[in-house]
Design a protein around this ligand. Sequence first.
Ligand code: AMP
Length: 280
Amino acid sequence: MRVIKKLAEMQAFADEQRCSKKKIGFVPTMGFLHEGHLSLVDQAKKKCEVVVVSIYVNPTQFALGEDLDRYPRDFKKDLELCEQRGVDIVFAPDNDVMYPSGFETTIHLNKTTSDLEGSSRPSHFDGVATIVTKLFNAVKPHIAFFGQKDFQQSLIVKRLAKNLNFDLKIEVCPIVREKHGLAMSSRNNYLSTGERSAALVLHKAIELAKEMVEQGKIDVAAIEKELNNFVAKEKLAKVEYIALRNRSNLNKIKVLKKGKTVLLLAVRIGKTRLIDNELL
Ligand code: AMP
């Protein structure tokens, strides 16, 4: 496994692979890797001859006052995990490589950025779209792998690739959960033992929603209300949003249509903001 820190070196490597007709699979991450990230690596290895993982905590997708400075990092362990899983290249640029002086061109999204995650984190998706674009131009992948865990992000990245004519495929992989249902996340590291069990309320709410669907409930406002009441019973939890939406465009809906709906949740457990979702 090779670690690349410079842009020109990454691009030269990508060109070599493309010249020898090798398919490049790419998994962008912010590091502090867990099985969720590694499931994307496994999928990339199944579909591509060369797998590149990027490890980069992108400052432009964090707003002031968010957790950029304390975001968990363990580069040495990340490298071990990547090596064990058969990653070929870890691309780990420094900030001055990604944002050198004179940097002033960004991507701005309109509609989808002001809703759900975007309403809590207004500049977040512009930062994501900008860094994803820059990473695509560095790694030149044939397929890029994203997690359903960040459902809105996966839709935005697909739209970004389509809107800006990127010559690559976006593949979205299922959520990997811990034993009791908590979706794996680097931010789970912030949770105390008590908070960790309180955090199970997200998955329990998902299970409750599934039961409601089985019972034939379709009134979106009523389901959302019941889920809100359920999560509110957990003292450490504070709901930011619990929303049922059209899964292909995240438009608001009044009636739940089986197979076409997604449930999205953002809940604060103490100071930690967790997100989760489920296709219904
Ligand atoms: P992050 O390091 O949080 O930016 O995540 C990097 C990629 O891993 C994103 O595409 C995430 O959606 C994906 N990911 C994070 N957590 C999980 C999980 N529990 N299951 C599957 N994919 C995940």
